[in-house]
Design a protein around this ligand. Structure first.
Ligand code: ADP
Length: 627
């Protein structure tokens, strides 16, 4: 494997050997000044050797974590010194100058431990071990086992390596997105990246029977972005490394990865935990934390005097799978596709998780309120049911009373029907006689037939009224004209009035009196009042037995008054007459007025009784008018 530094002059910003020498002199001076100031003879000196530069992923993450782990475990003073291979490459063959620089820098005060981070660092140090630090203990870390030349390891070296498993990383993609048909592999073109390109191609070859693999190692990063934005449906991207692209441009930290993730039309996967946290969907990958802990462990053992060559650490495989919840949401990946033992990171708390007690409290209040409302509704329903039941009972009772009134009416109704029937018979006989004559008078026959029809209608009308009065109908509010209702009811009673030598004197309002009411029940009330008036005048010696029935409009009410010229109601009884079973009649039930009041109140109206100034009783009903 060739030294990484010689290949990548573009990494270097120093332009020539002279400037490098000048920089070296300045660095040495600064280093010596620094050492004289901060020198602590008890402090352990650890050289952290970075592969590209201190900010290149993935190594930068490992370096930081290892440094803080060592500090935490080695509780005495420790001094970290940083060197990056990026400083070494310039001109034709800059490595010897860089090696000289390092030797000069650390000659006065030797290093206690070298931590070489990443494969390029491991490679560099293995090549220059003898010139540089032949006996200094060294830990190779954050390096894949294949990148360590084990035959060159000395007794002062130990390795904390990882083991890449590309098939496992790709299996994860296919498990999470089973419909995947294309996977684009993002990889740079540095020697280290090229090494891995070959390895991946080899290890992933069996996969090409199932899916298409696209390799982006020969594209500039700009072109990679363009390609990644127009991948076919069911594609994924595998982010391996992008330290230096094919155009020779270096990419330090996560910027490139984030750019790729935001412009790509497919989800991005990786193999290393240092890339996880923003742009990567997830899967089994190396854990920065675990590897850094093992490295720090080894480092501390060496600082305590253990021989590096005696410390054997098996390479770390991928850690348990981890996934980024936000990326799963972005690409619509279901949790159920994740392998067993996966850990989900960055999951946004649901409203419930964030505000659980507030929601619980609100729910409790709402529940209590709902229970209260339902109790009220229940009570209301019970009340409505009770009302309905009492209304039904009233309807039944009212019907019983109507039957008794109807009983009273029987004689007069029979008379009322007999009259037209008698007239019909007489007319029919006359018609028969005319028809038997030699020259029947057709015009007269015509008149007779008209009379017959008229009488028939009269009889039918009487029967209709009676039937409707006795009909068994539920309480039903309809729009009615109080004038019509009064006219109809008076019609029912006219025969009775004649029979009882009373005169029904009706005066209805000129305008219509629209009300909402149950026809039969209101008719019953009117009937009851008129019959009571007729009854009251039964024993009177008066000549003029008049019952005056009047309707009128008073503001928003329709009024009906029924007044007689009877003896009136004894003053002390005026309030009692509406009570059930109050009667002064021998065969009375005492239910008529009580039912009348219930009916009128059910119509949101009012019924009143009083004695007239010049004798007789007067009953008044007020019912609300409707528009
Ligand atoms: P009933 O007619 O079966 O007695 P009501 O409830 O209709 O039952 O009447 C109750 C009582 O009110 C009557 O018995 C009577 O004493 C009194 N009353 C009702 N109307 C009149 C009236 N126009 N004049 C005098 N008293 C009346």
């Amino acid at each position: 494997m060739t030294g990484v530094i010689r290949f990548w002059p573009t990494l270097l910003r120093l332009s020539c050997a002279q400037s490098f020498t000048a920089a070296l002199a300045v660095a040495l001076l600064l280093a010596m000044l620094g050492q004289s100031k901060a020198a602590d003879p008890t402090a352990k000196r650890i050289l952290m050797l970075h592969s590209f530069g201190p900010r290149f992923k993935p190594w930068s993450d490992y370096e930081q974590a290892i440094r803080s782990e060592i500090s935490r475990r080695w509780q005495k003073r420790v001094e970290f010194l940083d060197q990056s291979l990026v400083n070494a490459g310039d001109g034709e063959n800059p490595e010897p100058a860089f090696v000289d620089y390092l030797r000069a820098l650390y000659a006065r005060r030797p290093i206690d431990l070298i931590v070489a981070i990443g494969a390029p660092a491991a490679d560099f140090i293995q090549r220059h071990r003898q010139q540089l630090f032949p006996t200094t203990p060294m830990v190779f870390t954050a390096v894949e086992q294949r990148r360590v030349q084990s035959e060159k390891l000395t007794e002062n070296d130990t390795v904390v390596a990882v083991a890449h498993d590309f098939p496992a990383a790709f299996d994860n993609i296919l498990r999470v997105l089973p419909l995947t048909q294309t996977i684009a592999v993002v990889n740079g073109a540095s020697p280290n990246e090229k090494f891995w390109l070959k390895e991946m191609r080899r290890e992933l070859a069996p996969l090409t029977r199932r899916i298409e693999l696209r390799w982006y190692d020969e594209l500039s990063f700009e072109d990679i972005l363009l390609e990644a934005a127009r991948l076919p449906p069911h594609s994924a991207i595998f982010w391996h490394l992008m330290n230096v692209d094919a155009a020779g441009v270096s990419h330090e930290a996560n910027d490139a990865l984030n750019k790729l993730s935001s412009s790509a039309n497919a989800p991005v996967f990786s193999y290393d935990g240092s890339f996880f946290g923003e742009a990567i969907v997830g899967g089994p990958m190396h854990s920065v934390q675990q590897l850094s802990q093992s490295t720090a462990d080894v480092a501390v053992r060496i600082l305590n005097g253990e021989k590096p060559g005696d410390i054997k650490t098996p390479p770390s495989p991928f850690a348990a799978p981890i996934f980024d919840w936000r990326q799963l949401q972005r690409w619509g990946i279901s949790d159920s596709n994740l392998p067993a033992g996966s850990t989900l990171y960055f999951r946004e708390l649901t409203g419930w998780e964030r505000y659980s007690w507030q929601i619980a409290l609100t729910a409790a209040v709402i529940l209590a309120q709902a229970a209260f409302i339902s109790a009220l509704l229940h009570a209301n329903r019970r009340r409505q049911f009770a009302e309905m039941q009492s209304r039904e009972r009233l309807t039944e009772l009212a019907r019983v009373v109507r039957f008794s009134t109807a009983g009273e009416l029987t004689a007069s109704i029979a008379h009322e029907i007999n009259q037209p029937l008698g007239a019909i018979l007489a007319n029919a006989e006359t018609a028969e006689a005319i028809l038997q004559s030699s020259n029947p008078d057709i015009a007269e026959l015509n008149d007779i037939v008209k009379d017959i029809l008229q009488d028939d209608r009269r009889a039918s009308e009487v029967i209709r009224r009676m039937r409707s009065l006795l009909a068994k109908a539920p309480f039903e509010l309809k729009r009615l004209d109080l004038n019509d209702l009064v006219g109809d009811t008076v019609g029912l009673l006219s025969a009775l009035a004649v029979a009882r030598k009373c005169e029904l004197f009706t005066v209805t309002a000129a305008e219509a009196l629209p009300i909402l009411g149950d026809r039969i029940q209101l008719q019953q009330v009117i009937l009851n009042l008129i019959v009571n008036g007729i009854d009251a005048m039964q024993d009177t010696t008066r000549e003029n037995r008049i019952i005056s029935i009047r309707t009128s409009r008073l503001e928003d009410f329709a009024e009906l008054s029924v007044s007689d010229l009877g003896p009136g109601i004894p003053e002390e009884k005026v309030k009692e007459i509406f009570e059930p079973f109050f009667t002064s009649k021998a065969g009375g039930m005492g239910m008529g007025l009580s039912i009348a009041r219930t009916i009128i109140e059910a119509h949101h109206g009012l019924i009143l009784a009083r004695n007239r100034d010049h004798g007789g009783a007067s009953f008044r009903i007020k019912l609300p008018l409707v528009r």
